[in-house]
Ligand binder design. Structure first.
Ligand code: M6R
Length: 609
């Protein structure tokens, strides 16, 4: 989704801004732009496509100036084009915007009657012209900024410069994350801390409806009414190196192979012999969940799939009724919330608009507690939840979520154990067994990664295929869904995940010899049922690829290929069987020549509804 970088310094800022944009590329975008102010002159450059094109244009045309703003745009209002790319200019004002202005159409009509002409189709230009018209009346930029922000409906992260006042950067947040970076004799703003790591690790997180004025030496944060707000400075533990590909060809590949380490980090300090060190997981006490009767999990995309797996663990280990819902649906449903209910959000970024909106609604609906399972410290979900379990996967740059997913699963398992123990549903011996298994997870993860070469040659069989089905049963059904999502989002092969038992209720009609069917078949209690489903598919001529562990009656033949995977404890199967499916999607994408880390139309962090 869109990215913002801004700087006010005592040196030329264009390189800082461009480096920041490169670091935001992973979020997904279609055009980019930069504007600096120098000696009363405005240097504006915008390009369609990748940030590298913008870099080349800046090299050619030059972009001097000690103050500037830059942007990567993911089109919402208006097609991807240089006219619609940010920054937008209205006379002396220049602005970049993340988010959506919902009442832009009526505001635009009004502004047209006042004589404004629009150069773009964007809602951003409408807001900028509104600020400009208010400035003409009041003569005070800050008050025009505030008044305009009170008039607009929707979400925004904004950075604004005035050619007539080139010492100050005005920024504001409502619904779209914005972070201020503190330097020495220079200050910065960005929509994501990763953009600013080369210049600072000290950050101020703006909250909803907060504005700030940045100069080289000062940062003043106020609310929409102009009241001063005291802010904490947070030191980030990430460093600039967190976003390098190292020896790998793509971030996604690197992140798949980082999973033994990221899972190790998720566990770090959290296991105390056969117990889970409570305070290191969520900061709860030993009674918090004793009376719990219901759990509602809400998330989007891959994080939603993690929630679906979590439900199996919660119901088995805590005996608490658990529901899982897609955030964009939950937020518009009149949910009935029973007493003693826990609301869990799951999100890699902690900024997903629908998940955040659901949490805000849940807080008004009477949930007893909220927990967020999240990978980004300081993110909105973390700040607004009662408790957080940090997944500690490290920065995930590839748009396709990989290590974030497996660490979410592990975090959910730890949480299920905590709640189960508090409710007296998990016996000491059972807990011991699960913890013993969990300790082996990083090493087992290495073993599963060793199938990479096999999967690479398997991926060749998917070359030229247009569609694919993924089948699983029980707790592996969400893993089939996740396998399908990975394949479709990065290789553009249409893929669907199904509960294998559901196939004969419709989808079996799709099967012919052109349709590869991937079966997720670890050695567990549902194996026999799954084999019957596989036979139904085989009888219809499908090409079947069976990812399996343990002994079974399934044999390699002309129609079916077995991919043997290491044995592993049943409780870990959802985590470990995800790995070969990630690799399959990765290699299919490489073969198809797609942009693996930044697939078309997708954004890493979906900060608009
Ligand atoms: O940051 P979040 O986990 O809240 O993001 C949710 C989804 O947007 C995300 O999982 C998306 O589905 C990924 N592209 C999946 O690979």
């Amino acid at each position: 989704m869109c990215g913002i970088v801004g700087a006010v310094a005592q040196r030329n800022v264009s390189q800082i801004l461009l480096e920041g944009l490169s670091r935001l590329e992973y979020r997904g975008y279609d055009s980019a732009g930069i504007c600096t102010l120098d000696n009363g002159e405005c240097h504006l450059i915008k390009t369609l496509g990748k940030v590298n094109k913008l870099k080349e244009a800046v090299k050619e045309e030059g972009c001097p100036g000690f103050i500037g703003i830059a942007h990567t745009r993911w089109a919402t209002h208006g097609v991807p084009s240089t006219a619609n790319a940010h920054p937008h200019v209205c006379d002396n004002l220049i602005m970049v915007h993340n988010g959506i202005i919902e009442n832009f159409a009526s505001l635009k009509e009004d502004l047209i009657t006042k004589g404004y002409n629009f150069k773009s189709q964007t809602d951003t230009e409408v807001l900028l012209c509104l600020i400009h018209s208010l400035l003409k009346t009041s003569g005070n930029l800050m008050s025009a900024f505030r008044t305009a922000l009170k008039e607009v409906k929707g979400s925004f992260g904004l950075a604004l410069m005035d050619k007539n006042d080139p010492e100050r950067l005005l920024v504001a947040r409502c619904g779209s994350p914005l972070i201020i970076g503190l330097g020495i004799g220079e200050n910065f703003v960005a929509s994501d801390t990763l953009a600013l790591l080369p210049v600072t690790r000290r950050f101020i997180y703006l909250e909803e409806n907060e504005l700030a004025v940045l100069t080289t030496d000062t940062i003043e944060v106020t609310d929409l009414d102009g009241h001063k707000v005291e802010k904490n400075i947070v030191e980030s533990d990430l460093d600039a190196e967190s976003i390098s590909k190292g020896k790998y060809r793509h971030f996604m590949q690197k992140e798949i192979f980082e999973q033994p380490l990221s899972l190790q980090n998720t566990l770090l300090g959290r296991l105390d012999n056969d117990e889970i060190a409570l305070e290191t997981v969520v900061g709860i006490n030993s009674d918090t969940f004793k009376k719990l009767d219901n759990i509602q999990i809400v998330a989007c995309g891959t994080s939603y799939h993690a929630g679906l797996v979590g439900r199996y663990w919660f119901e088995e280990l805590t005996h608490v009724t658990t529901n899982v819902e897609i955030a964009s649906e939950y937020r518009y449903r009149k949910a009935v919330v029973k007493p003693n209910s826990l609301f869990i959000t799951i999100s890699q970024s902690g900024e997903t608009a629908d998940t955040l909106a659901s949490l805000r609604i849940a807080k008004e609906q009477g949930y007893e507690h909220s927990i967020c399972i999240c990978n980004v410290n300081g993110s909105s979900l973390v700040r607004e939840s009662d408790f957080t379990i940090f997944t500690k996967a490290g920065a995930e740059i590839g748009v396709a979520s990989t290590k974030a997913f497996t660490t979410q699963l592990l975090s959910l398992l730890l949480l299920a154990l905590i709640i189960g123990k508090q409710k007296g549903c998990v016996a000491q011996a059972q807990q011991q067994n699960i913890i013993e298994a969990i300790r082996k997870l990083p090493a087992l993860c290495e073993e599963f990664l060793a199938c990479d070469k096999n999967i690479q040659s398997l991926a060749e069989k998917f070359s030229g295929k247009r569609h694919c089905l993924f089948l699983g049963r029980g707790i592996m059904y969400p893993i089939a869904l996740e396998g399908a999502l990975k394949l479709k989002e990065i290789s553009y092969i249409h893929a669907e995940g199904y509960a294998a038992g559901e196939l004969k209720h419709g989808p079996i009609a799709l099967i012919d010899k052109e349709m590869p069917v991937v079966v997720v078949a670890p050695d567990n209690a549902l194996m026999d049922k799954l084999i019957s489903n596989v036979e139904e598919v085989r009888a219809r001529g499908a090409l079947i690829y069976i990812f399996k562990s343990g002994e079974s009656d399934i044999k390699n033949d002309s129609q079916s290929k077995i991919i043997n995977l290491p044995d592993c404890p049943e409780v870990l199967q959802p985590i470990l069987f995800t790995i070969p499916l990630q690799l399959l999607a990765y290699h299919c994408a490489v073969i198809n020549g797609t942009d693996v880390d930044q697939p078309r139309n997708l954004a890493k962090s979906v900060t608009v509804e």
